[in-house]
Write a protein that binds this ligand. Structure first.
Ligand code: GDP
Ligand code: MG
Length: 397
């Protein structure tokens, strides 16, 4: 099951540009792990330093691809259109919007940092991007609050005829958010409101809703349109504003990423997505050269176009996901001589046993132990794995 990253934002901030550039990749045919007819769902990649060279091997990926020692590992990217101001008070958030949101593990909120689109996405000047950042958080928090209140109602009315602890009732009500009673217990403790919902006033309920939302639907900001002077000024100001310390803000130009991907496809530049440099390798007009030079100064200053960086911040920094390579302690190749066909993305803190179950329940059931292919040491089933570990699983199945 691939991780799902949701792209959200009001109209005209650059969601489609971001989505198209992130999913437009020169991938070997047949390498897609899933096909889709839904144009708003696509395959993007996160970069992981390939482990094969450490073993003097060249990898042969089945999913994603490898370029110059960097693995590009697939994730699902969803363009969640439909965020408009006031939706919540009016007709509520759209159904498709909520379904898409529910399925996303993490959100990238694309914000127009140039301030040249108003709250409705119409052209303007001097719009404060902070209003958009606040708007989405408030909107999501309100949505969570509604669901939380339903859970409290159910608890009060003794639904199912049994008395239940509040965290159990809330876990049931919020199951779509991939949380559970133990987590909810932790959130309630952290907010410090106690375990009797009759004691929760309005602001307690909102604080709790907000905490659950932050944990189950974390947000990364893509500060887009940073190729404009206004965008750069806003970026400097907002990253300096302590009110926004709680959010990772990635400087981005979806435009630049799209232009580089187009140029790479046309064979005039050599560019690996995410790099902070590229080379002009083909014939370009003076105008094109000038455009590429502008992009070059941007990617040098901001360490890339920000599209890859936003995806990786969301997956690795915010969710804490780790990449695990399958290997062999004796030899890296499998029966067909293929090396590191996969690079698996697992949740933070996953153990050898969880990795085995992720591959196949049979392998998990029959697991004897793992082997760390670098040190050749045995890994017990309950051992926590780390990002970029290379692991052989020894199983009776
Ligand atoms: N300057 C600049 N303009 C951008 C950037 N990304 C998108 N745009 C422009 O913003 C407008 C809206 O983009 P689009 O991707 O359709 O936005 P969406 O409505 O959020 O999907 C288009 O005119 C894009 O060319 C960017 O990084 N820099
Ligand atoms: Mg769009």
């Amino acid at each position: 099951m691939a991780y799902k990253i949701g792209l959200v934002g009001k109209p005209s901030v650059g969601k489609s540009t971001f989505f198209n550039s992130a999913t437009m990749n020169d991938v070997p045919e047949g390498a897609y792990p899933f096909t889709t007819i839904d144009p708003t769902v696509g395959e993007a990649y996160v970069r992981v330093e390939c482990a094969a060279p450490e073993f003097d091997e060249t990898c042969t990926p089945d999913t994603g691809y490898c370029a110059d020692g960097t693995r590009y590992v697939p994730v699902k990217l969803v363009d969640v259109a439909g965020l408009i101001p006031g939706a919540h008070e009016g007709n509520g958030l759209g159904n498709q919007f909520l379904t898409d949101l529910n399925e996303a593990d993490v959100l990238i909120h694309v914000v127009d940092f140039s301030g040249q689109t108003d709250a409705e996405g119409e052209p303007t000047e001097g719009h404060d991007p902070r209003d958009d950042i606040d708007f989405l958080e408030e909107e999501l928090d309100q949505w969570y609050l509604e669901i939380l209140e339903k859970g409290i109602e159910r608890y009060r009315s003794g639904y199912h005829g049994t008395e239940k602890d509040i965290e159990i009732e809330l876990a049931e009500q919020m199951s779509a958010f991939k949380t559970n009673k133990d987590e909810l217990k932790r959130f309630i403790r952290r907010v410090g409101v106690g375990f009797d919902p009759d004691e929760w006033d309005e602001s307690d309920r909102l604080d709790l809703a907000r905490e659950i939302r932050k944990e189950t639907k974390p947000i990364v900001i893509a500060g887009n349109k940073l190729d404009t002077p206004e965008g750069q000024a806003n970026y400097a100001e907002i990253t300096d504003d302590p009110e926004y310390d709680h959010l990772p803000i990635v400087p981005a130009s979806a435009h630049a990423e799209k232009a580089l991907k187009n140029a790479a496809e046309a064979g005039v530049v050599d560019y690996d997505p995410g790099d902070n440099d590229f080379e002009i390798t083909g014939d370009v007009s003076d105008g094109q050269r000038e455009g590429l030079e502008q992009i070059e100064s941007f990617v040098t200053e901001y360490d890339g176009t920000g599209v890859q960086q936003a995806l990786e911040t969301a997956l690795f920094d915010t969710l804490g996901v780790m990449a695990i390579f399958p290997g062999g302690a004796e030899s890296m190749g499998d029966e067909q001589g293929r090396v590191m066909r996969d690079c698996f993305l697992l949740p933070e803190g996953a153990t050898t046993e969880e990795f085995a179950h992720h591959l196949h329940s049979d392998i998990g059931e029959g697991l004897l132990h793992g082997i760390d292919c670098r040190s050749k040491r045995q890994l017990g089933g309950d051992r926590t794995l780390h990002h970029r570990d290379v692991v052989e699983l020894v199983s009776t199945n």
